[in-house]
Design a protein around this ligand. Structure first.
Ligand SMILES: NC(=O)c1ccc[n+]([C@@H]2O[C@H](COP(=O)([O-])OP(=O)(O)OC[C@H]3O[C@@H](n4cnc5c(N)ncnc54)[C@H](OP(=O)(O)O)[C@@H]3O)[C@@H](O)[C@H]2O)c1
Length: 257
């Protein structure tokens, strides 16, 4: 029996992950702040699929509540798949945003997934199997399209996934970074935005179904909206070419007086 823990399961992308993994017969641990919404979803999925579902209410920006989720990841029944999905945006640009709001965003989008991955990965390595899905964003690759620190938090999720994969893939642990583009969820309204002003929005079911195709193929990076995978492969190849210069012992000629 596979057990999957999903953060941010009360709405949007996380709720669809819950539906899809329950349909695959996984037991679930659903994490978010809105207990009422988690309870309704849990009851629906228990009835539909006969799976066991734990509801774990937690504000992941609160240290003690984050720790409770981390403890669940270290406990039994073992968690086979961690979906680091909970996240939020921020309405204002960097100059206008209150520092306290930015600190909270860093806790939710960066610190929490890091702490939870750390809690999960040890057991996965011991068992020689397990998966961590980190929900990033295409803004990780397009920081100029986004004001403030949101894109930087999502770049962290991509970079973190790439580093972690190198470290733990050989020990049987699979890491996936998912990079959605604009997807129809509550995230815009929650951060003071208006989704009706966003062109070309993907439906959330389509996004998660595509991400799960990438998951089943064991892709490291899954970008559902990119039409041709060769565009991503070319980007990665260019990155590799850039890296060839990094081992030079001297600064480039253009920087020498
Ligand atoms: N939608 C898009 O266009 C898009 C694009 C790229 C990436 N993403 C990423 O996708 C992920 C999911 O977002 P979504 O689009 O599905 O948005 P959403 O519908 O607003 O869902 C966000 C989820 O995170 C939970 N959450 C928010 N703050 C939390 C906190 N302090 N502690 C615990 N849980 C918290 C929310 O539940 P509670 O309020 O019940 O706590 C909710 O379940 C995020 O990481 C987001 O950055 C979204």
């Amino acid at each position: 029996m596979t057990t999957t823990l999903i953060t941010g399961a009360s709405s949007g992308i996380g709720a669809v992950y819950a539906r899809r993994f329950a349909a695959r017969g996984h037991d679930l641990v659903l994490v978010a702040r809105a207990t009422d919404r988690l309870d309704v979803l849990a009851e629906e999925l228990r009835k539909a699929h006969g799976v066991t579902i734990e509801v774990l209410t937690a504000d992941l920006t609160e240290a003690a509540q984050l720790d409770a989720v981390a403890q669940r990841l270290r406990a039994q029944p073992a968690i086979d798949i961690l979906v680091n999905n909970a996240g939020a945006g921020l309405a204002n640009g960097f100059v206008q945003a209150p520092v306290a709001d930015m600190q909270k965003l860093l806790k939710l989008n960066v610190e929490a997934p890091t702490v939870l991955a750390a809690a999960a990965v040890g057991g996965m390595i011991k068992r020689g199997s397990g998966s961590i899905i980190n929900v990033a964003s295409v803004l990780a690759l397009l920081p100029e399209y986004s004001q403030g620190i949101y894109a930087a938090t999502k770049s962290y999720m991509l970079t973190f996934s790439q580093s972690l994969a190198v470290e733990v893939n050989p020990q049987g642990v699979y890491i996936q970074a998912v990079l959605p583009a604009a997807t129809r969820t509550e995230i815009y309204e929650r951060s003071g935005g208006d989704i009706s002003k966003v062109p070309d929005v993907m439906e959330v079911d389509d996004l998660v179904d595509a991400a799960l195709v990438g998951f089943d193929r064991k892709e490291l990076v899954t970008i559902p909206p990119v039409p041709e995978v060769s565009a991503w492969e070319d980007f990665e190849q260019a990155r590799g070419t850039l890296a060839q210069g990094f081992s030079n012992s001297q600064p480039a000629a253009r920087y020498r007086a």
